[in-house]
Design a protein around this ligand. Sequence first.
Ligand code: IVH
Length: 678
Amino acid sequence: MTRQNDIKRISELRSEVSKHNDLYYQQANPKISDTEYDALLSELTQLEAKYPDQYSPDSPTQKVGSDSDDRFPSAPHTIPMASLQNSYQLEEIQLFTDRIDRELEDREYKFDVEPKIDGVAVALRFKDGKLELGLTRGDGKFGDVITENVATLNGVGNLPENWQGTVNGCSHFEVRGEAFLSLSMFRKLNKDRVRQGNAPFANPRNATAGTLKTLDSKIVKERGLSVYFYRLFNCDGSELFETHEQEIAAIETLNLPVNPFFRTTKTIDDIRSVLEQLEANRSELDYQIDGAVIKLDNLAQCAALGSTAKAPRWGIAYKYAAEEVETVLNDITLQVGRTGVITPVAELEPVQLAGSLVSRATLHNWEEIERKDIRIGDTVVVAKGGDVIPKILSALKDQRSGNESEIPQPESCPICNSRTESPEGQVAVKCVNYHCAARLSARLRHFVSRDAADIEGLGGKWIDAFIESGKLTSIQDIFKLQHNELRVLPGLGDKSATRLITGLKASAKRPWANKIFSLGIPQVGITTATILARNSINIRKLEELSQETLEDLEDIGPIVAAEIIAWFSSEDTQTMLSELLECNYLLEAELVPVTTIETFSGLTFVITGTLGKMTRGEAKALIKKHGGKVTGSVSSKTSYLVAGEKAGSKLDKARKLEVKILTEEQLLSMTKTEAVDE
Ligand code: IVH
């Protein structure tokens, strides 16, 4: 029973963490603090360690989140760009240093401590003295090419005069660092944006991420991004120095910016005192730091320690706890989302928090309001993990005057006045009206968004205007928009109308997974949509998947499966689907599965018994093609045993070691990763 519950929890956590990866990396719009994120990830890591047979290469514990953006070409990294293990307490740093001490046995070692800048990682390659390529982290293996943009980073264009273009004899090397926007530039940028009627960026990190992904490098230059570099190595992946300290000194001799705060330490006591110094300095800095990074100084020792799938073993990040401030909760406004969920939003007396002005905070739902006993008029404690939508932690009840008022659950929708309901087992309060203007607007915004149908030229402003004028009453109405009626609209014009119509036509070519995501099935984010796409070839095949089949899919539990089934059974859904098929956004035609490489990266397979469809050699080639390794004998390190007919002792051993066992069919279906339409 516990095992069953734990496995269910693993699946829930995988979806949850993937969802937050998506919000953080893809949408630059995180919804939970780093601390909360790390707590989820750590729970998942522990559960996965307890059940090795549940191993999955797709688990978010096995890969870094991706910020890849298809508007930019991508290029492979010289060596992967990983992230660091996070820690929040000195005890965790102690565990880290103890481990290093054990692993390095009697060898001498020291640690360097640097500020952890809260920005965006970049990699710059130099060849023969010239900037050759600039990349974002992307998914860690491939980054987006943003060379022209990184060339504008402060200091990058300031290479030494008479420099021969080499570092330690190497003429093709890479530097890595963190790009960021100083607090002063951030405030100026937001002031300008508000003046021009644009929404301000929530924080400097989001502003940096958004700026680096701007197509016009002139705009990037105007924004004045900065960078501090912390790595320099040969593009063939080898090191050019013995120590990190030397590496930093070499970066400095190239006139490339490095953080002025850099301390070398030996013991945990040294580390503690440096962390204290840094924290004391924090408010003086003109940029945001979210902690410190502690790294082993000797690069050969770093290499010897190696990495886990996600993070190197030679370093650790020490993150500061979320900052907290007190302010008054002036009012509650209600937001109605695409699935009808009504979210209470706290309107706060504006207050400075972790470098930005905060005037709203999310309250999630009424269960949370009741649990925390929050009332309008309360003085509340608001916290932010550096870069997230602020949260109300608690209400200061001893400061109540008696004039505070409770926050009632809405009995009707604030937008369309329809009744609300709280579905059993859910804490959400929902507007029941599928056609509610707020739900429709949210549905349409979701549909056109980048991970969905990606229809350029149909922003939220136009969506709301079209809803208001009755032009859009459903998603499928988008495809009825006509160029000649759009081009005459004041403020739209011929060019924008053409862009919109082109975007609409192009959307038919979106990958199947993105189309599934675009439909707005409750609880189906892009990760779940990708899993569904791997297991269906078109909308009608998707519809045929039963509750049981859905539950068997990775990351999908009974609740999500039931939501999918319920969504298909609604009349509104069916009307939409038939119309989307009619206008050729959804296709009856079969979608051709294509394979992506590296699905099995980091996995070890053993093949045993007689296979029916392939020879063992073909199976081996298939696994290798997808980045996996094939070995001859089963051990606890084996990820999967592929067992054919008459499998013998290897099968027994795999069972004993709880190694996951695959049939030939399962192996084949695992290599069909993404379905796209032809
Ligand atoms: S070292 C394996 N040093 O933090 C990655 N990273 O969570 C080693 N960061 O991706 C990175 N300041 O974007 C390093 N002084 C610093 C840093 C730093 C900020 C970021 C970087 C990295 C992330 C790791």
